[in-house]
Design a protein around this ligand. Sequence first.
Ligand code: IPE
Ligand code: IPE
Ligand code: MG
Length: 230
Amino acid sequence: MKRTNLPIHVGIIMDGNGRWARKRGLPRIEGHREGAKVTERIVVAAKEMGIKYLSLYAFSTENWRRPKEEVEFLFNLMYEYVKEKLQLFLENDVKFRAMGRLWELPDYLQEGFKLIEEKTAHCRSMTAVFAVNYGGKQEIIDAVNRAVADGIKEFDESTIRKYLYIPELPDLDLLIRTSGELRISNFLLWQSAYTELWFTETLWPDFTVDEFRVALEDFSRRERRFGGIK
Ligand code: IPE
Ligand code: IPE
Ligand code: MG
């Protein structure tokens, strides 16, 4: 793959954990557990391929509609993940960032995120952004409210961007969604205005580094025009 055609920022809607488990007669949480292992492999692979920002949709602002037990399991799993994977992030020089309405999350999880963010703050090879209690609409609403609180009365693109959760996060080049659903589900709305979309039927726990490579190769062949002409 030509390095020039490599996306800078890749986003993944990691969907299909529940269906993966159901197919095997397992409880949904087993799908989440398996999915977390795939996340780990993709973070390392993305870094090795030279991706600069990898945004992973882990929990949406709408996922609170799920049974309390599943929501709690997911938060616990994320906490275990950041504790166990700190070393992996450091070894791979990957900076961890959490993004979303983090203040609404349980304290232990907020602290877990803060710790791994601090410990990996110096890492430079790639930034892995975990979108947790994240909604694209909510991000824009929160940005506008914070700007207004700062006394800003007029907005342009750069004002909005400055108040997004992670202002330095560039626009999304490629969005991958697993599990066959053809929708955005409130992920990175501001950043995805000109994103290339790539969908696969594969359920997230079955997603592989090879398939990730296929998505990147497909991206490298696309002609992006951004409204202009060739
Ligand atoms: C994605 O898998 C993980 C989260 C949304 C947290 P799902 O749990 O949505 O799996 P399906 O879509 O029910 O198969
Ligand atoms: C999107 O998946 C959110 C995450 C992967 C975290 P959902 O399973 O929540 O999306 P919908 O409800 O099918 O749109
Ligand atoms: Mg789903």
